[in-house]
Write a protein of this length. Structure first.
Length: 290
């Protein structure tokens, strides 16, 4: 286990204080996974596993209002950093996405989530779903200000991400949750090869995460090890970061301990320095480089 505090590169939080931190119009209590999962509960669940720092990914039911995660970051910027949501395309008068990225970065939002075609409502665009001037602007801003674009995507989305990474080689890009490849999602060797092929872009990274969703066998998730090893062989631990995808990882039989344990106790292909990068070093460099 690395001596440094483990960093969870992907968590979701929301507050029961709905008067202070209201949900976006149209969302209500019936949409929530749990009544609340706030910063204090997150820390309490994570600390027994040695996890003490977190990248807070904007929760869907807050819409574009980042007030809750921004409040947590402002209170404890060493512990918390954020990944925000900026819509590239909208039919209402919103700021240009690159300008919105800059403004949110001043509040401790260090990355920006982009949904792949397979993980969002159907919109025109075909296979080239990133072929729009707004996405071009986001990639340029990502490169200029070192603000990663973090893709929630599936295997079918990887060719288009590859195309844009080739066009914008200086832009940092993160693929969330191993591109959702695992035994539970029916991932094929070709799918894993497509993810690993993105390693040709030096600024592309992967979150090694969401074992609770991707494993078919459940804890200790040993069926995930071949995919994890393939990705680490391709990208190297310096471009991979562990994440829990909590709070879903906290629902029994899953836990922080079982997620960290897959890597710390069962991934015998990792040496001590590899593990330190995967559980701490890469995420610290990416999200707390200032």
């Amino acid at each position: 286990m690395p001596e440094s505090e483990i960093i969870d590169a992907h968590v979701h939080v929301w507050s029961a204080e709905t008067a202070r931190f209201p949900f976006a119009p149209g969302y209500g209590p019936e949409d929530l996974w749990f009544p609340s999962f706030d910063g204090a509960e997150l820390v309490a669940r994570a600390q027994p596993a040695g996890v003490g720092r977190f990248n807070l990914v904007q929760m869907t039911w807050y819409g574009l209002d980042h007030s809750y995660i921004a409040d947590l970051i402002q209170r404890d910027p060493r512990r918390f950093v954020g990944t925000g949501i900026v819509p590239a395309i909208s039919d209402v008068g919103l700021p240009e996405p690159d300008r919105a990225m800059q403004a949110l970065a001043e509040q401790g939002i260090r990355a920006f989530r982009v949904r792949g075609q397979s993980t969002r409502p159907e919109v025109p665009g075909g296979d080239r779903w990133l072929d729009h001037s707004a996405y071009e602007a986001m990639f340029r801003m990502s490169a200029a200000e070192d603000l990663p674009l973090s893709f929630l995507c599936g295997a079918n989305d990887l060719p288009e991400i590859d195309r844009m990474c080739a066009r914008h080689g200086d832009a940092p890009v993160i693929v969330d949750h191993l591109a959702r490849l695992g035994p539970a999602t029916g991932a094929t060797p070709d799918d894993v090869d497509a993810l690993c092929a993105l390693a040709r872009h030096p600024r592309t990274m992967v979150k090694v995460s969401a074992f609770a969703a991707l494993s078919q066998d459940g804890p200790p998730y040993l069926d995930m090890l071949p995919i994890v090893r393939g990705v680490l062989d391709a990208f190297g631990p310096e471009r991979c970061m562990w994440a829990s995808d909590s709070p879903l990882q906290t629902v029994a039989p899953h836990s922080y301990e079982t997620s960290v344990g897959l890597l710390a106790e069962h991934a015998d292909f990792l040496d001590e320095s590899d593990l330190a990068l995967l559980l701490h070093g890469t995420a610290e460099r990416v999200f707390w480089s200032d």
